[in-house]
Design a protein around this ligand. Structure first.
Ligand code: GLY
Length: 597
């Protein structure tokens, strides 16, 4: 679905145009100032943008090049839910900054996108303020104190499904503490103020829209636990156009708004959460909740051909693996055209090498020595690039891949001052563990599956990970979430991007950024272009159905690649600076909604 918003829509512009008009970088402008005109576009580099899109969009691909983006003269919020994007814009228009708006959007997603928006999960936030300061906040879940290395293995030594379904699958949630911490440090408004839209949406209800109704509320996962009556009454999910109210969640949110995160971690919500855990054999205790702390971390900062990427360090692998891959690719720059076999090959080989390091070496830095500087160094990238044969695929051992459900959500925010926030948050699988906290009104995560529950065996994303990411009490499970802010070669804010999709988060976020800064596409084309994915294991280059031509697929096979198709790869939500304002593009494969003004 194309992105829409309450802002004016206008013709997309290439990134080249963004540089040509650096003097027009956004800021408060007289209302009614028109966006760029077709003449502006003609004056910059439409030829390069159109050529890149033509090559990357094969005949039969599900999208056409040249779609519009949503234009906002001052500010932009992009998320998977119209209500949540509008909540962010409501706070911006009330005088809030990008952090205020991000927290408002995050709480609203917990109401209107409950399969992935959450207060029962965790996430990561990347912030870049207009004055140049940067910060990354890790509010990933932690393993409960009673967790142990082999807790998900059956008597036969094989993985059970307890790391994905039910009460034992949850890590200690970080979302409420994380959002409150970000607000306290960089926001300007009270928790009550930024939570007001979410509270309203939960208490007064909202009209079910396609994003909400596509969430599959009547699935077998939810039916096993307490959320069935609310989300699937009489076996029927709420239909589009009907009013959906969540009184339990409204009460929970109002307690958090009034009392702060203590209500969640030590007060009545903690009581409900622990009672729910005990009902189903879970191990999260009041002490686990009380001890939970979000962590400010030094961002991973990379450089690709003059562009700066500010992104997430471990406990997410996203920033390290994306920068490592880009550093390898930089050795081959300028890269072959998007959509060609040569491009798919070199991207796949670079991803293979980075994911091999990711799966073996990255983990919670409090528990493992994580070689961030080495993995992201240009010298190391040179040694890896030298291992890539331009004509021949290398090999990693094959195994049976796991299944990949819907999960996770990313939202991007830019305010009128030029502050930027990218946030990715998750329950892991859609509706997490399926467990709905009775009385609390929210779903719990199944993030424990992101640990190497059985090192060497695949998790639900088919990822095979090593000992560094084995389960230990209090440890954060390795993530792929990659909220990323990109600066142009002049150090000006250019993009905010990030994705949902397990390990494909890293690839898709990188591809959208590469489509803009390497291939010169407009943001809309960069988002609509077909995507690729490789994660070392399984040893397979995946592409989106009809996203490569038959000839390109044949060439990749001839080079030795095992090639697979996916119906869709990742859900990205992005913002890019353009002359006179911002372009926002919500994920066209899902139901992303950009709202600007
Ligand atoms: N649960 C998906 C991730 O954190 O990467």
């Amino acid at each position: 679905m194309p992105t829409t918003g309450n802002s004016i829509r206008h013709l997309s512009l290439s990134v080249a145009s963004a540089f040509a008009f650096v003097a027009c970088a956004p800021g408060p402008q007289p209302s009614g100032t028109p966006g760029p005109t077709r003449a502006d576009v003609a004056a910059v580099d439409p030829v390069r943008a159109a050529a890149a899109a033509r090559g990357a969009f094969p005949t039969g691909w599900r999208f056409e090049p040249g779609e519009d983006a949503t234009f906002g003269e001052h500010a932009m919020v992009v998320s998977v839910s119209r209500y949540a994007s509008e909540a962010g814009v409501e706070i911006l228009k009330a005088g809030g900054n990008a952090v205020d708006a991000a927290v408002a959007t995050g709480f609203a997603l917990a109401v209107t996108s409950p399969s992935n928006g959450n207060i029962g999960g965790g996430g990561f936030m990347t912030i870049r303020l207009a004055d140049g300061r940067t910060a990354t906040l890790d509010y990933r879940e932690t393993a409960p104190a009673a967790a142990s290395r082999d807790m998900y293995l059956g008597p036969d030594g094989k993985l059970t499904n307890k790391s994905t379904v039910g009460h034992l699958a949850s890590g200690v949630p970080g979302s409420v503490a994380g959002m409150a911490e970000a607000l306290a440090k960089y926001g300007t408004m009270s928790l009550a103020k930024v939570m007001a839209p979410a509270l309203r949406l939960a208490g007064e209800g909202f009209l079910v829209d396609s994003n909400f109704s596509s969430g599959g509320q009547c699935n077998r996962l939810i039916a096993q636990f307490g959320g069935k009556e609310l989300f699937c009454p009489g076996g029927q999910a709420a239909q589009p156009g009907t009013l959906f109210r969540q009184p339990d969640l409204a009460r929970t949110l109002s307690m958090i708004a009034a009392q702060g995160p203590k209500a969640f971690y030590e007060g009545p919500i903690a009581d409900s959460l622990v009672a729910e855990e005990q009902r189903g054999g879970g191990i999260i205790t009041k002490a686990d909740l009380k001890n939970y702390k979000p962590i400010w971390r030094t961002p991973v900062t990379g450089n690709y051909r003059g562009y700066t990427l500010i992104t997430m360090p471990p406990a997410s692998s996203g920033g390290v693996t994306m920068n490592q891959t880009l550093n390898i690719l930089e050795q081959f720059a300028p890269l072959p055209p998007a959509g060609s076999a040569a491009y798919a090959h070199v991207v796949a080989e670079a991803l293979r090498l980075s994911f091999m390091d990711r799966n073996a070496k990255l983990a919670d830095p409090a528990f493992a020595k994580v070689p961030i500087a080495e993995l992201t160094s240009k010298d190391y990238a040179k040694t890896l690039a030298a291992q890539i044969n331009r004509n021949r695929a290398s090999k990693t051992p094959a195994f049976d891949p796991g299944k990949e459900p819907e999960h996770t959500t990313h939202y991007s925010v830019v305010d009128a001052m030029g502050n930027a926030v990218g946030t990715t948050t998750t329950l892991n699988g859609g509706y997490g563990s399926g467990v709905w906290v009775r009385g609390g009104g929210f779903f719990m995560n199944n993030e424990m599956d992101d640990f190497a529950a059985a090192p060497g065996q695949p998790n639900m994303f088919g990822l095979v990970q090593g000992e560094a990411n084995a389960i230990q009490p209090g440890k954060r499970m390795l993530s792929a979430m990659s909220p990323t802010i990109v600066l142009d070669p002049n150090g000006q804010l250019l993009m905010v991007s990030g994705a949902a999709g397990g390990p494909t988060i890293i690839t898709a976020t990188m591809e959208v950024i590469l489509n803009v800064i390497e291939h010169g596409m407009t943001l809309a084309d960069a988002m609509h272009a077909p995507r690729l994915h490789h994660q070392a294991l399984p040893d397979q280059l995946d592409y989106e159905q009809r996203g490569l031509t038959g000839a390109v697929v044949d060439s990749l096979k001839a080079m030795g690649h095992t090639v697979g198709t996916r119906a869709s790869l990742a859900t990205v939500n992005s913002i890019m600076r353009v002359p006179g304002g911002w372009h926002g593009v919500g994920e066209p494969r899902a139901r992303g909604v950009a709202v600007g003004y």
